[in-house]
Design a protein around this ligand. Sequence first.
Ligand code: RET
Length: 275
Amino acid sequence: MTNIESLYTYSTSQYEAVDHLLSMGVGAHFAALIFFILLSRFIAPRYRTATALSCIVMVSAGTILYGQSGLWENAFTFDQTTGLYTPADATFSNGYRYVNWMVTIPCLLTQLLIVLDIRGNQLFRDAGVLILLAWGMIVTGYVGQLYETTDLMQLTIWGAISTVFFVAMNWIVGTRIFRTLPLMPPTASGAMRKVFWLMMFAWTLYPLAYAVPYFAPSAGGVVIRQALFTVADVSSKAVYGIMITYIALQRSAAEGFEPAMQVNSLSPQKGTVAS
Ligand code: RET
């Protein structure tokens, strides 16, 4: 049970491309973490949990990517005679990512519900259903990817089951977003619509990465897969988190939270004279 990553030898540029992509992912998440910590005091307490959840996602994803980057470096050694990177003792695995999603996806879904201002029992119910669907998607996808080098039929069956959970989850996310749009301040509803499309785009890159063993079982395919994962990670967590925090800020300002109003230049700075 291994991933296709451990089957191939890589040219220096292919090996380095993956190494650089993984390191870029680490940097992007830790940089975004600083941004969320700095911005959180401008967000009204009612929405601040959404930004706090982004901090958890950044630490969790940044740490796993740091591990993936170390694993990649240990899983291949440079062969002086051929000038290629060949598999070493350690086995590279994408499985760590799937396990990490068990933590990050519930946070991403919950922060969405918080900026949609879904509260109380409704929040527990919606978050509960979405998280169960997400876990169903992840666990079945995790099992499927274990077979990617041995049995493409199993990869297909588990991938199909996982997709059923994925579609159901997206359906609920979409209905919650579009039902709430008319109730949001106009400064936030445009961004919320963009969040929906960002999710559709970024989240779909993950099943594409899962499917790489079908359409590109090669060293080049591995580079494509790690690039898909990196674009998906940065968009679905860091860029998404920035948009969620932006919405939280707009809602905070619309509800009269002074620090948020100052960020939006809606209230005069202390010491300035209103003319
Ligand atoms: C799998 C298996 C194949 C079918 C589908 C999948 C969907 C994965 C998704 C992952 C999203 C991850 C995120 C992580 C954030 O930290 C499991 C690859 C549909 C949608 C958003």
